[in-house]
Design a protein around this ligand. Sequence first.
Ligand code: TXA
Ligand code: MG
Length: 364
Amino acid sequence: MSSDKTPLQSSAVINEAVQTLRDGGLVAFPTETVYGLGADAKNAEAIQKIFSAKGRPSNHPLIVHLAAPDKFDRAQIDWLPLLTPWVRDLSDDALKLMNAFWPGPLTLVFKKDKSVLDELTGGQDTVAIRAPAHPVAQELLRKFKGGVVAPSANRFGKVSPTSAADVRNEFEGMLDLMVLDGGDCEVGIESTIIDLSSGDSAILLRPGVITPKEILAKTGITVYQLDEAKDQNLIPVLPRVSGSMRAHYAPTTPLRLYAPGRVLDALSEFPDIKSRVAVAVWDSESSLGEDGHPSVHFEEVEVPSNSTTFASRLYRSLRDLDQQGWDLILFPEPPAGEEWDGVRDRLQRACFGSGPSSSSHASN
Ligand code: TXA
Ligand code: MG
């Protein structure tokens, strides 16, 4: 994506990463969404290493990442032969979605081919696949010539990494990990996930920067929200999606959202008033002013009022603020509108899981 400004990894380094994957090792690599922790999708032992490195329950399924053919012209890619080793029943809708959005930040869930390892799917009958657009990911995948499973390269429940340094910090002292550096991730939140495995309908499992509205506009396909799909019995078996747990993507510092103009209300939950509070404010709005709280020191941090720019910086901001020793972090509630669904989803889960005792939440 940003090959003009990003110092991309040399071929020699990528070749070494390919060899590491072939030897059953783990390699962290950049994608346009977040950094992934990769392993050979055909190697059960390598896949187990991902679960132990992340501390993730072993029945949570992983996404298989595939390369687009070399020197692609988006419109000309024939995805069918690339997908058939992994999935059964490729529908016309699936092909339309791939043609419109791959390579890119969209993951599709299919009924799996029988050769797909249970270790990868958490024992489910479906498999999630995506073709990332980042040039380093593409080069790695093309040279590896196979599928690479990759969850976000963070410890389970924590904030996803959007730079190589974030990945190193996440596993420091635990794991001697090869990390390919592809600069900062442009999208900044994880891919949109659409479940096509029920055959007839497309169901949104995880919101991201590609929205149902954009999908409808580009392909004519209606994507149902998970609640709608449940109400209309469009989904026979509820998939397990770890990002769907209430607590996820969470910083260690307590994080809360405030309604427009209601910063002080957000403090009511913290009666033993905290002294240092970071308050994120929209860059389009004037500052909060001086009428704060007598015993609280607020410091304002501007956040973008454009949804895609906000997404691209969200995890960076959460990580940075988490390092700065605040007692509390406040973010403005994202406005209504589908283009904000991805960041609203991540922020709400980050709030729920945040704080030093987040591990006590039953759902994490
Ligand atoms: O942007 C992304 O998708 C990043 C980059 C690295 O590609 N990956 C990522 O992976 O976010 P992870 O493992 O952190 O989240 C993958 C999500 C999980 O919530 C998982 O439950 C869901 O995908 N998933 C994987 N396979 C699935 C399946 N067969 N059915 C339903 N959900 C599935
Ligand atoms: Mg994740």
